[in-house]
Design a protein. Structure first.
Length: 62
């Protein structure tokens, strides 16, 4: 059970950072640097699949 809680905690952290990156890129960083905002959005696009992999890591395949 402790392992599952750690996976959920890391999942929420990754998804929260994804939302934060999108919000910062679209509303703040784009005013100063469009390439940086695009790079931040690209990183944010990779985080949800990585978060799902982390959330399911260590579960038995039945």
């Amino acid at each position: 059970m402790a392992r599952q809680y750690d996976n959920r905690k890391l999942y929420v952290l990754l998804m929260g950072s994804c939302v934060t990156l999108i919000i910062l890129a679209w509303f703040v960083v784009r005013l100063f640097s469009i390439p940086a905002a695009v790079a931040m959005s690209a990183v944010a696009a990779v985080l949800p699949p990585a978060a799902v992999i982390v959330a399911n890591w260590g579960h038995d395949k039945r």
